[in-house]
Design a protein around this ligand. Sequence first.
Ligand code: SF4
Length: 335
Amino acid sequence: MTDAEIREYLTGKNDGELFATADRVRREVFNTDVYLRGIIEFSNHCKQDCLYCGLRRNNRSIVRYRLCMDEILECAGDIARSGISTIVLQTGEDPFYSDAAIADIISAIKSRIDIAITLSLGEREKGSYKLWRDAGADRYLIRLESFNEKSYSQARPGTNRQERLNCLETLRDLDYEVGSGIMIGLPGDSIDDVITAIRKLTVMHLHMIGMGPFVAHNQTPFAGESNGNVDMVLRAYALMRILNPMANIPSTSAMESARPGGRMRGLQVGANVIMPSFTPKRVKELYNIYPGKNVQQDIDEDGLQSVLTMIEKAGYNVSWARGDSPLKANEKCKM
Ligand code: SF4
């Protein structure tokens, strides 16, 4: 596909053809399966100061929380009892949890439950990633958010895009399944940057690709900026599916915050993963990286029922399998 063709699709010139092709490609690899990942957001503290994020350290309006080991294990038990086979452990970049403490959490979960563990804990040293891999972590997510050097530096002050890319390489060397992605509509980004991101993420041969719209948060310097275009995110899902047939692609909760029904629509245009939050109700809404995050309560009195109903309404089937990366299995076969 040429850049000109990608641009035409992104601007909605042929949504019917694009979405139908993406859905055909996803069915060839994943049939109608939708994998579930239960997220535990166990701390909303963060040492970074990203201009788009409600957890940024200079947001003094947010109430902060941390979960202890027992609470994390309780959430992990809830995920396992619901039948889900992957736990995602996510936080802001919170140095309160030492490398050893995180390794203890991973080992404690793995010793009790046969389940895949994905980490989303930000940038750390190679030694930390190795310790956690040895403790049993299977996958790691670290989104780049933008491939535009200028908007990246503006949005993530004090951080370096190359260092984030290096983290991904390190994680791959350590045999994690690795995931990355972008935010669409970040202030300063243009459609050219989305095309660049689609190209660059594709050559990275990622096992997981996460994308969502920028959603302006009123407790950040980006308050009042325009939200990302949800239709463009849907088209990006479809393009990424066509270019990366074997990637696990979540339909992210930001889609739902930006447009009710957005997450279900994401499944219909190439995404194959849903990530309901199992963070305890008393703190769930405090994991407020963007407005509306965790406000729609996936886990209510009926447990997961609203998520399961949504998947079936979209025309797909819930899979309770681990949903390991077919791309990684393929890589191993070739070794
Ligand atoms: S985007 Fe991540 S690293 Fe940046 S402030 Fe938010 S939680 Fe911290």
